[in-house]
Design a protein around this ligand. Sequence first.
Ligand code: ZN
Length: 96
Amino acid sequence: MHYKLLNAQRKIYLTEAPGTLGGYRPNRIYGRLDCPSALRHLASGQYAKHRVFFADEATAIAAGFRPCGVCMKARHELWTADPGAWLAAVLSDHRA
Ligand SMILES: [Zn+2]
């Protein structure tokens, strides 16, 4: 089984490990795999072809995606208020 993930250059690549985050390509939003908003859109049938996956959050950010306002509310609020502070917060999480 191979999984299609998106890399930092927004190119699809195949890997044997599933992604940890989902994304919606047209709006460049990333979020949890079980995001209620994403699942609702998937159920409507219009979302699946635009769905992408990331190995981790750092890759999603490097690819230019921003956090989902539904499943990553705290991140989204930080991002809305101050994108620079948001980036610093995410990067310090990854160092921890
Ligand atoms: Zn979400």
